[in-house]
Design a protein around this ligand. Structure first.
Ligand SMILES: *[C@@H]1O[C@H](CO)[C@@H](O)[C@H](O)[C@H]1NC(C)=O
Ligand SMILES: *[C@@H]1O[C@H](CO)[C@@H](O)[C@H](O)[C@H]1NC(C)=O
Ligand SMILES: *[C@@H]1O[C@H](CO)[C@@H](O)[C@H](O)[C@H]1NC(C)=O
Ligand SMILES: *[C@@H]1O[C@H](CO)[C@@H](O)[C@H](O)[C@H]1NC(C)=O
Ligand SMILES: *[C@@H]1O[C@H](CO)[C@@H](O)[C@H](O)[C@H]1NC(C)=O
Length: 154
């Protein structure tokens, strides 16, 4: 009995790397992304070796709300883009709003990896424009002062 158990253990140890290689896994996970309110943005997620009866799901703000399953979306501004036959389930968000600001998770039940998660930051269009203007005018002013030094006009 002892021997049989031992043999089984050894056999399983040999087999498991093979099983491991076939296991479902993420080949691309979403990355932290910043978008300006009103723009479009895509969060990527790709998987391989999932079985046909498993679907890729996306959860999003607020609080990991269920958003998509397979190609089906439960949100008017969210669609799944990419070649799903290649395992690409990229989440395309149109007209980003403050409600999209937060954590997103791409999830497949049978994948034994860390959660595929990223933070989407939605920036205010007004703030973004104002800070661009600030950077622009600061650069302009510095250029002007430097030119004045050269031309001795100060
Ligand atoms: C997301 O996937 C698309 C299509 O494969 C690719 O063009 C794009 O660069 C990817 N984005 C990121 C942030 O990796
Ligand atoms: C797992 O995915 C790889 C790469 O896409 C493929 O070569 C392999 O045949 C797949 N294995 C299974 C069991 O689907
Ligand atoms: C999985 O789906 C593919 C394409 O739709 C099909 O060719 C294959 O036979 C399916 N496999 C199983 C085990 O149902
Ligand atoms: C945003 O995505 C929608 C739907 O895919 C598209 O019709 C629209 O032209 C895109 N807008 C921008 C600014 O890319
Ligand atoms: C984008 O969303 C805002 C509200 O957040 C709305 O007023 C506007 O009409 C939308 N734009 C498009 C192109 O759907």
């Amino acid at each position: 009995m002892m021997f049989v158990t031992l043999h089984l253990a050894v056999l399983l140890a040999f087999l498991s790397p093979e099983i491991e290689g076939q296991q479902a896994r993420y080949t691309e996970v979403p990355r932290d992304t910043t978008v300006v309110e009103g723009d479009n943005v895509t969060l990527n997620c790709s998987v391989e070796n999932i079985t046909n009866d498993t679907s890729v799901k996306w959860f999003g703000p607020p609080n990991y709300h269920f958003r998509t399953e397979g190609r089906t979306s439960g949100h008017p501004r969210y669609t799944i883009v990419g070649d799903t036959s290649e395992g690409e389930y990229n989440l395309h968000i149109t007209n980003a709003s403050k409600a999209d600001d937060g954590r997103f998770r791409c999830w497949v039940r049978e994948v034994r990896q860390d959660p595929a998660e990223a933070t989407l930051t939605v920036k205010d269009r007004a703030t973004s424009a104002a800070s661009n203007m600030y950077v622009f005018s600061t650069k302009y002013l510095i250029t002007l002062i430097m030119q004045c030094f050269v031309l001795n006009c100060l």
